[in-house]
Write a protein that binds this ligand. Structure first.
Ligand SMILES: [Zn+2]
Ligand SMILES: [Zn+2]
Length: 389
């Protein structure tokens, strides 16, 4: 019997840790899984362990020379000047012992999720250890060593001959995945993110439409800094509905970075937890509408691990399981257990506090600007569709 969803997890995923102080902290996974357990929304039989990706699988995207550099760095044998050429040993992406294995597990976890869905073991699958969307063919970047989503998409093409729609709602542009498939018409990438004008990685402009045969299969909605829920959701809904109808995917892969929230320390958007209810809801609907349910979701950014990420990521699983709508207090046992370890007051309700931030004076301008960006996408799709006829 096909289950609703599989949750990919084992403690190996937690070994992806650059340093004690580094903002990318996979302890988020433990907090999320524990919240789901306290809710009674997940059981041991729902959890499947990730496998480690083989070199052959990593080579689907990554240059063999890069993979061997990561292996050397992993064992402490890579000279600093060579490391630099591969984006390793930087402030963002430092070298740590065992980094090859830790990174290969994150890729393997996404492949495990793919296999679960494509072989019909589960309709949906969630791998919160994945979502490392800045990884490049031959270079580490922005906390990402290997790009699990890019490898998984290549794997979906080669093993299952699927047309893949990639939806990236991280606050940063999904550059690594976009460039991997920029000239490929069988993969459609969509990224909605804070404009790259002031934020890493600086790309993700609306006019990045793809190249060659892939022209018309790359979409970006860069929203303004301080964008709030209504405008963000308007852009996301309108954009992705049109794109899904235009591309008609066989399978949907979503990257669910949780760093667009007002509390996130690395970005400048003003979204609340409400967008994290709506993001998986619409992805879920589209997966049933176009893909017979086939939906794989991965994690991504998210740097407020005590107040934002566990709630945001739990909501993806609850959506996959058709679990009842949650409101009010979070389970007391969860709050009490983790408050002891947290340096700040942790979230204790599903809702964000009222008046979390002061009114944004530029709201009307921001809303109008974002709406214009979406119009450009709709106009482009209309043009593409009419030339294809
Ligand atoms: Zn991010
Ligand atoms: Zn479903």
């Amino acid at each position: 019997m096909t289950k609703n969803a599989a949750f990919v997890f084992s403690n190996e995923l937690l070994s992806y840790r650059f340093s004690k102080e580094h903002p990318f902290n996979q302890f988020r996974l433990t907090l999320t899984l524990d919240l789901l357990k306290e809710l009674g929304a997940i059981h041991n039989e729902d959890i499947i362990p990730p496998r480690i990706a083989s070199d052959e699988e990593l080579h689907l995207i990554h240059d063999p020379s890069y993979v061997s550099a990561v292996k050397k760095a992993s064992q402490g044998n890579l000279p600093a000047d060579i490391a630099e050429n591969y984006g390793l040993g930087t402030e963002d992406t430092p070298i740590f012992p065992g980094m090859h294995e830790a990174s290969a597990y994150l890729v393997g976890g996404t492949l495990t999720a793919v296999d679960s869905v494509m072989t019909g073991k589960s309709k949906h699958a969630l791998h919160l250890g994945g979502g490392l969307h800045h990884g490049f063919r031959g270079k580490a970047s922005g906390f990402c060593v290997y790009n699990d989503s890019s490898v998984a998409i290549k794997y979906l093409q080669e093993k299952y001959h699927a047309r893949v729609l990639y939806i990236d709602t991280d606050a940063h542009h999904g550059d690594g995945v976009q460039w991997s498939f920029y000239d490929d018409e069988t993969v459609c990438t969509f990224s909605i993110h804070e404009t790259g004008r002031y934020l890493f990685p600086g790309t993700g402009n609306v006019n990045e439409w793809g190249n060659g045969k892939g022209y018309g299969y790359s979409f970006n909605i860069p929203v303004d800094a301080f964008t709030e829920d209504d405008s963000w959701l308007d852009c996301y809904r309108t954009g992705i509905k049109e794109i899904a109808a235009y591309f008609k995917p066989d399978v949907i892969l979503t990257q669910n970075g949780a760093d667009s929230h007002y509390y996130d320390p690395l970005t400048h958007l003003s979204a609340t937890i409400n967008i994290y209810r709506e993001i998986p809801k619409l992805a879920h609907e589209l997966a049933h509408q176009y893909c017979n349910g086939k939906w794989i979701a991965v994690g991504g950014g998210g740097y407020d691990i005590w107040r934002v990420v566990p709630r945001a990521w739990s909501l993806i699983w609850l959506e996959m399981m058709d679990f009842p709508y949650q409101t009010g207090k979070l389970p007391e046992a969860w709050v009490n257990k983790w408050q002891e370890k947290a340096p700040i007051p942790i979230a204790n309700t599903w809702e964000d506090p009222e008046n979390m931030y002061k009114p944004i004076p530029r709201k009307p301008e921001i809303t109008e600007k974002n709406a214009k960006t979406v119009e450009r996408i709709l106009h482009f799709i209309q043009q593409q569709s009419s030339t294809q006829k």
